[in-house]
Design a protein around this ligand. Structure first.
Ligand code: G3P
Length: 257
């Protein structure tokens, strides 16, 4: 049995303004105030504009909910209009930062090289990357999903030392299952997550690979989360749409109930 702490993270994408964010986190805090969820790490990943509001709430009330950003610049500062740097996120006491989400890869042409630079920028400033990988539908249909995903893992972690890599969170998100209602079957997700862990063992060591948490993402809901979490190499979920409903996200966090 794995000793990895399950991690449930809500990626709000471009949803909820800072006032809605406060109401949402308050709901989560009420619903998760008992001991039952202490064995599960819970995080919210709001838009940049909400981070200060979430920080104030989490800090002020000493909430166990963690939070992070959805992207990071590879640069620390300078003439990069519209970007947000690692030092800025660290100042807001973010724990996590999502890197290489398929929507960034697709709409902002993010390459594995850029993703790798962002992963390094995150570690430089004490942030934990949630590194997203996963294949498009045509890649899966061609049967190349494992090779494709492992190439993204290799690219994202390139030259990263083991002591950093062992804390990374990897989110396997098959692109065709994101926001479509099409869930990747739990066993299909396990196939890829097991291959990711095996690759981590080759890149680092079995000990490091056993420490790294791998999430599944793509149409996760309270109705399918238990089956997904029952897989040996799946340690959590990166939840999009369903995380916008606080009650539903709480049910996902309480997948063991
Ligand atoms: O990062 C989470 C994500 O892309 C999955 O989105 O809406 O299918 O849960 P969704």
């Amino acid at each position: 049995m794995s000793t990895r702490t399950p991690i449930m993270a809500g990626n709000w994408k471009m949803n909820l303004n800072h006032l809605e964010a406060i109401a949402h986190v308050q709901k989560l805090a009420f619903a998760l105030a008992d001991k039952d969820y202490e064995a599960v790490e819970v995080a919210v990943l709001p838009p940049f504009t909400d981070l200060r509001s979430v920080q104030t709430l989490v800090d002020g009330d000493k909430l166990r909910i963690k939070y992070g950003a959805q992207d990071i610049s590879q640069h620390d500062s300078g003439a990069y209009t519209g970007e947000i740097s690692g030092p800025m996120l660290a100042k807001l006491k973010c724990t996590f930062v999502v890197i290489g989400h398929s929507e960034r890869r697709q709409y902002h042409n993010e390459t594995d090289e850029l993703v790798n630079a962002k992963v390094k920028a995150a570690y430089k400033h004490g942030l934990t990357p949630i590194l997203c990988v996963g294949e498009e539908l045509d890649v899966r249909e061609a049967g190349d999903h494992v090779a494709h995903t492992l190439a993204q893992v290799d690219g994202g972690l390139r030259d990263l030392p083991a002591e950093q890599a062992e804390t990374v969170v990897i989110a396997y998100e098959p692109v065709w299952a994101i926001g479509t209602g099409k869930v990747c079957g739990a066993e299909d997700a396990q196939e890829v997550c097991a291959a990711i862990r095996a690759r981590l063992g080759e890149l680092y060591s079995q000990d490091v690979a056993d420490k790294i948490r791998i999430q599944y993402g793509g149409s996760v809901k309270s109705g399918n989360v238990a089956e997904i979490m029952a897989q040996a190499d799946i340690d959590g979920a990166l939840v999009g749409g369903a995380s916008l409903d606080a009650d539903e996200f709480v049910r996902i966090v309480r997948f063991r109930d």
